[in-house]
Design a protein around this ligand. Structure first.
Ligand SMILES: [Fe+2]
Ligand SMILES: [Fe+2]
Length: 158
């Protein structure tokens, strides 16, 4: 089983790729809609699972608390921009401007996780050699994405 570090890095790389592809899209197009939906769901599931299976044990150690708190606060800030973009008209020129801010801030967040947080976490929660934390993360992420689906369906029914 891949470790939590490899698993998180793999998600981050796919998010970097989606952001780069989204930056090339124009207006209210099928391409932009599809890529945005994929990014929206995947990042939502990633962040929730990351908080529960990675940041929670990291913050149990005193050494991990400042970085953990900083990162979880960034999740909230990023989610605010993501929700804002999700509700915004994709054909408005403001969408891409706001998206550029999200891309910059999100890339900064994941770069920081990989370069500053992973080394501390390897000390605090360990190297996850058997991949058990990575596995817990993936299971939690799947569940979160199902929940988001359910909520979206309920919102449509109302
Ligand atoms: Fe994160
Ligand atoms: Fe992450």
């Amino acid at each position: 089983m891949p470790s939590i570090y490899e698993t998180l890095k793999k998600d981050h790389d796919s998010h970097r790729d989606l952001l780069a592809q989204l930056a090339e899209t124009e207006g209210d197009s099928t391409k932009r809609r599809e890529l945005w939906k994929e990014f929206y769901y995947d990042v939502g599931g990633h962040a929730a699972a990351e908080e529960e299976t990675f940041y929670a044990p990291l913050m149990e150690g005193e050494e991990g608390q400042p970085k953990g708190r900083h990162s979880v606060a960034e999740h909230k800030e990023l989610d605010d921009i993501i929700q804002e973009l999700d509700e915004m008209d994709m054909s408005s020129p403001g969408w891409l401007t706001r998206f550029k801010t999200l891309r910059h801030d999100y890339e900064h967040h994941i770069d920081e996780e990989e370069t500053e947080i992973f080394p501390v976490a390897k000390d605090v929660i360990g190297k996850d050699e058997d991949g058990s934390i990575g596995e817990a993360f993936l299971q939690r992420k799947d569940r979160e994405m199902e929940l988001v689906d359910q909520k979206a369906e309920e919102a449509l029914e109302e």
